[in-house]
Design a protein around this ligand. Structure first.
Ligand SMILES: *Cc1c(COP(=O)(O)O)cnc(C)c1O
Length: 362
């Protein structure tokens, strides 16, 4: 068996420890005589899986008691609609930092008034626009941000000011990569398939007093209250994905030692790659240094042909899914929690050799 180093932006690599444990429990999970996939979601075994998963997330992220943890489906994308359906009364302020906020803006517009109060679109989203409190709209209910921009490789290092407004953050591609002060936010959501587990479940962390104010007559499954009142089991939840997220959280707590420890790895991986890119003559990263993402690192050679060759040859060396998003081009290395430091070393080693062989031809 040869496992590759998978730099995919999502669905992304998972820790080997997690995959092995899932394999061990595939036929007989916790002496139930069956796989988690075959269990009733109403069984005591599954209830325990869900409770443990929630409790681990609460411990790891230090989630205060006045926040609810919900397990939804429909990906991050469904939240682009659920957030306004549940929180938008007058209007929403959104900072446009790329594809994922553009889509959130599009869905918001169907449901209410939106103010795009800042945008880095004119520079192809290579930085995070800074705002001042006076940029916020008078009647907005909340400020909406995408904290880490998976496609463009930018990240908020500091939260924007939002006096008197709720703060909503899409953390799909940075959640669990470092400690997070949840009390600074009113609602956080994240699809699991970037940094938490396989696709199929989206985690929503929301202040309890914001639940139960949804627009009238909306479908039950779009109302956070339905999830909160039914322990996320109003209907069949994505049981296996929740189980896998639980294993990833177990790995984070017990094998890694929590988010402070993970943060060290997150910074180490990113620094290794940025330092090399910045010192190289062939590669460059277009993002403003202070706004660089730790988890998604785009880079280009300056030649489309060479970029193609890079992606192809990297794959032959067991370094896969390095092709950049179609809107940016070039390459992108996603360095999520499950990427071992050895994977980044192998990538840099390959990049050095590729540079040596190809620099003369640029
Ligand atoms: C991937 C991603 C999404 C969309 O997630 P889906 O689960 O495909 O709906 C939204 N926001 C961010 C930041 C993402 O990285």
């Amino acid at each position: 068996m040869t496992r590759v180093y998978n730099f995919s932006a999502g669905p992304a690599c998972l820790p080997e420890w997690v995959l092995k444990k899932a394999a061990d429990e595939m036929l007989d999970a916790r002496q139930s005589g069956m796989s988690v996939m075959e269990m009733s979601h109403r069984s005591q075994e599954f209830q325990e899986i869900l409770d443990t998963c929630k409790a681990r997330l609460r411990r790891l992220m230090n989630i205060p008691e006045n926040y609810e943890i919900l397990f939804c489906q429909g990906g991050g994308t469904m939240q682009f609609s659920m957030v306004p359906l549940n929180l938008l009364k007058h209007s929403a302020d959104i900072i446009n930092t790329g594809q994922w906020t553009k889509k959130a803006i599009m869905e918001h517009k169907k449901l209410g008034e939106v103010h795009v109060i800042a945008s880095s679109a004119e520079d192809n989203f290579t930085y995070i626009p800074k705002i001042k409190p006076e940029d916020l709209s008078q009647d907005s209910d909340y400020l909406y941000i995408c904290e880490n921009n998976t496609i463009y490789g930018t990240k908020y290092k500091e939260l924007p000011p939002h006096p008197g407004k709720l703060l909503v953050a899409d953390m799909s591609s940075c959640i669990l990569s470092e400690p997070c002060d949840v009390s600074q936010y009113d609602l956080i959501f994240a699809g699991a398939q970037k940094n938490m587990g396989p696709a199929g479940v989206t985690i929503v962390i929301v202040k309890k007093d914001l639940i139960g104010n949804a627009k009238e007559n909306i479908p039950s499954l779009l109302d956070y209250k339905t999830y909160a009142d039914n322990d996320s089991m109003y209907n069949t939840p994505p049981c296996y994905s929740i189980y896998m997220v639980g294993l990833v959280l177990e790995w984070l707590e017990e094998q890694i030692g929590g988010l402070e420890e993970m943060e060290k790895l997150t910074h180490k991986r990113a620094k290794m790659l940025y330092d090399y890119i910045d010192s190289s003559k062939l590669y460059s990263n277009p993002v403003a240094k202070e706004d660089r993402s730790y988890t998604n690192i785009p880079f280009v050679t300056g030649s489309e042909e060479l970029d193609k060759k890079f992606v192809k040859e990297a794959k032959e060396h067991g370094l896969v899914n390095l092709k950049g998003h179609r809107s940016v081009g070039g390459m992108r290395a996603s360095l999520y929690n499950a990427m071992p430091v050895e994977g980044v070393e192998a990538l840099i080693e390959f990049m050095k050799n590729f540079e040596k062989e190809n620099l003369a031809h640029v």
